[in-house]
Ligand binder design. Structure first.
Ligand SMILES: Cc1cc2nc3c(=O)[nH]c(=O)nc-3n(C[C@H](O)[C@H](O)[C@H](O)COP(=O)(O)OP(=O)(O)OC[C@H]3O[C@@H](n4cnc5c(N)ncnc54)[C@H](O)[C@@H]3O)c2cc1C
Length: 311
C-alpha cells in the first residue's frame, strides 16, 4: 500500500536482526507480508565462539547463524536494510514511522522490536581477550563447557548468590569475588554459599591473565595479595537496553524484571507494537529469542488478516 506522498506503507517494520528479529522476518516473509527489517550489526553474542544449545546448529559461529538467517529472509522475498533506527513513533492507529540514522523515514502498520540487550561487562585489563572462550556471563549457555573446572564468579548481592549456586550443576570448585564491593548478602545467603564450599573474596580485581592465543584464562589478579588460579570466570553485572525505542513509544516494562512487558501474543502495552527476544522477560537464549520472534510474527500476521477472511 502507498501513502499520500508515495512512500510505501509496509505491513511490518522489524527493528533488530538478531535471532528474534530475523526469525520474525522469515515468518512474515513466508506469510507474504511486506516486512522491512533493520539490521545494525552488533548482536549480543558477537564475542561468543559458538552458539551452544541451538538445536541443529549447536556450536555455529554467531555471525554465521545470522548471515544464514539473513539469506533465508531475503530468499523468501523479505527486505533487510543495514541501518540503525534512531527513532520510532506512532503516527495513527495502525500506522508507525521509523527514522534511520541517515534521516530516512519508513512507515508500517505494525512494529516489532527485537533490539536485544547489552551486557554490563567488567572493565579490568584482560577481559576482552578471554570473553566468549573462558569468560562468560550465561551459565545456561556455557555451564556445560565449564564442567568440573575451577570457576570464579564475579558479582554482588542476592542475584549473584543464585547465579553462583546455579553453577553447582557443573562444578563444585567455585569462588565468588566482589571486586572491592561489599558483598551485600544476608547471613543465610553466606551460610548457604559456605555450605557448598563457595568462598567469598572482596578483594579488588586488577586484571585477568592467561594464554592469549587460546584465550584460556589462568588466573585472576587482585590489587593486593596472591592471584586466584582458575579455568573460567562467570560475571553477573546486569544488562542494559541497547536503545530507548520502547520508551519513546510508551511501552510498559515488566514489574519484576524491568524488561519490555508483552502479552501472550507478544504485543506490548502499545497496540500494534510487538516485541521479542532478550528485550522481553524470560528469554536470553538464542533459540528462545528465535522462537519468540516466530510467535510475534504469527500474531502480527493474525492481526493483519482482514475481518472478512476470518471465520
Ligand atoms: C558472549 C555471549 C555468549 C552467548 N552464548 C549463547 C549461547 O551459547 N547459546 C545461546 O542460546 N545464547 C547465547 N547467548 C545469548 C544470545 O546471544 C541472546 O539470547 C540472543 O542473541 C538474543 O537475540 P535477540 O535477537 O533478542 O537480540 P540480539 O542478538 O542482541 O540482536 C539484536 C540486534 O538488534 C540490533 N539493534 C539494536 N538496536 C537497533 C536499532 N536501533 N536499529 C537497528 N538495529 C538495532 C543489534 O545491533 C543486534 O544486532 C550469548 C550471549 C553472549 C553475550
Amino acid at each position: 500500500m502507498a501513502l499520500k506522498d508515495n512512500r510505501e506503507l509496509y505491513d511490518c517494520i522489524v527493528v533488530g536482526a538478531g535471532p528474534a528479529g530475523l526469525t520474525a522476518a522469515l515468518f512474515l516473509a513466508r506469510y507474504r507480508h511486506r516486512a522491512l527489517t533493520f539490521h545494525h550489526n552488533s548482536p549480543r553474542n558477537e564475542y561468543a565462539q559458538g552458539v551452544h544449545g541451538f538445536l541443529g546448529h549447536h556450536g555455529i559461529l554467531p555471525n554465521e547463524l545470522l548471515a544464514r538467517g539473513r539469506d533465508e529472509v531475503t530468499d523468501h522475498g523479505g527486505l533487510i536494510l543495514e541501518s540503525r533506527v534512531e527513532k520510532v513513533e506512532r503516527v495513527a492507529k495502525d500506522h508507525f514511522r521509523a527514522f534511520t540514522e541517515n534521516g530516512s523515514a519508513y512507515d508500517a502498520r505494525r512494529l516489532l522490536l527485537a533490539t536485544g540487550l547489552r551486557d554490563i561487562t567488567p572493565s579490568c585489563p584482560g577481559f576482552r581477550e578471554f570473553y566468549g572462550v573462558s569468560v562468560h556471563h550465561c551459565p545456561d549457555c556455557d555451564g556445560y563447557e565449564s564442567r568440573d573446572k575451577r570457576l570464579v564468579v564475579l558479582g554482588t548481592g542476592t542475584k549473584t548468590v543464585g547465579f553462583a549456586l546455579s553453577l553447582l550443576t557443573w562444578t563444585d570448585k567455585i569462588t565468588l569475588i566482589t571486586d572491592g564491593q561489599p558483598h551485600d548478602m544476608s547471613d543465610d545467603e553466606r551460610a548457604k554459599l559456605s555450605s557448598f564450599d563457595i568462598q567469598i573474596s572482596e578483594r579488588r580485581l586488577a586484571a585477568l591473565e592467561g594464554d592469549l592465543e587460546s584465550k584460556q584464562l589462568h588466573r585472576v589478579l587482585f590489587t593486593d595479595g596472591e592471584p586466584l588460579e582458575c579455568d573460567a570466570l562467570f560475571f553477573n553485572l546486569g544488562t542494559d537496553f541497547s536503545n530507548n525505542l520502547h520508551e519513546t513509544l510508551g511501552c510498559e516494562l515488566d514489574d519484576k524484571c524491568g524488561l519490555v512487558w508483552v502479552d501472550e501474543r507478544r504485543e506490548t502495552s502499545v497496540e500494534g507494537v510487538y516485541a521479542a527476544g532478550d528485550i522481553t522477560p524470560h528469554s536470553q537464549l538464542a533459540i528462545v529469542a528465535a522462537a519468540e520472534g516466530a510467535m510475534g510474527a504469527i500474531h502480527i500476521h493474525n492481526s493483519l488478516i482482514p475481518a472478512e477472511r476470518k471465520p
